[in-house]
Design a protein around this ligand. Structure first.
Ligand SMILES: Nc1nc2c(ncn2[C@@H]2O[C@H](COP(=O)(O)OP(=O)(O)OP(=O)(O)O)[C@@H](O)[C@H]2O)c(=O)[nH]1
Ligand SMILES: [Mg+2]
Length: 216
């Protein structure tokens, strides 16, 4: 028994080529983390998941109907013709052995009932923000703060929108000190990946700090 353990721990790098996660002790199993991509209506959640995903993203888009105009606030996103009605799903490999499963939330208030289901087991979240409609991301910020789910705010820099510094955004949203604010372009893969790396690093630090708190 002991010799088996020793054999695995002497070759930890082998595990990176295995496709399963039930590795014996001492072997580093591939890690798949669940991340939410949230934020207000039309802020670019579906765009971000689609831009970074290495698999064909699952989308649940429906046409914005005339009937829905009374409840769907399309101010500031006039070009928008569809909206997410359940979720987006995509996957990205950050580095060998570390993948992220991305769940994009629906942006409209009438789909709030889906959030608890989507948030279960999430390591962290990206709250996308549009500086022309910053208020729209308050509910998402509140949601993750109350549940102690680590999140970063990613400002999707739409063409023509006034640029703000990350400190200005942080103050306007009254974020807890240390909550990262990143400027991004949701249409750009490298930019989206950068946001996700910031989130994984931040969530890792938060989870470690909590673990140390709970034992110390
Ligand atoms: N110019 C510009 N347009 C963008 C950007 N990101 C998204 N868009 C456009 O803005 C619209 C909204 O994008 P979506 O990705 O559908 O937004 P969403 O947050 O998923 O919307 P809901 O699911 O309806 O809440 C789309 O028409 C995109 O093409 C951006 O960074 N710059
Ligand atoms: Mg969407």
């Amino acid at each position: 028994m002991i010799s088996e353990h020793r054999e695995y721990s002497e070759h930890p790098q082998q595990s990176e080529h295995h496709g399963h996660s039930d590795a014996p002790d001492g072997e580093t199993a591939p890690l798949a983390l669940k991340i939410l991509v949230a934020g207000g209506f039309g802020v670019g959640k579906t765009t971000l998941v689609g831009a970074v995903s290495e698999i064909k993203p699952l989308r649940t888009e429906e046409l914005l109907s005339e009937v829905g105009q009374s409840v769907d606030d399309t101010g500031g996103v006039d070009q928008k013709v569809t909206t997410t009605v359940a979720m987006d799903f995509g996957r990205i490999t950050i580095r060998s052995g570390l993948s992220l499963y991305l769940f994009g939330t629906p942006g409209q208030d009438r789909f709030w009932f889906l959030w608890d289901e989507l948030a279960q087991g999430a390591l962290g979240a990206v709250v996308l923000a549009d500086t022309r409609r910053l208020d729209d991301c308050f509910p998402a910020v509140d949601y993750f703060e109350h549940r102690h789910i680590p999140f970063v705010v990613a400002v999707n820099c739409f063409t023509g929108a006034r640029r703000y510094t990350d400190e200005e955004v942080s103050r306007a949203l009254d974020l807890d000190p240390g909550t990262p604010v990143v400027l991004c372009d949701a249409r750009d893969r490298a930019s989206g990946k950068e946001v996700l790396i910031r989130l994984v690093e931040y969530a890792g630090r938060m989870h470690t700090a909590r673990l140390l708190d709970s034992v110390g």
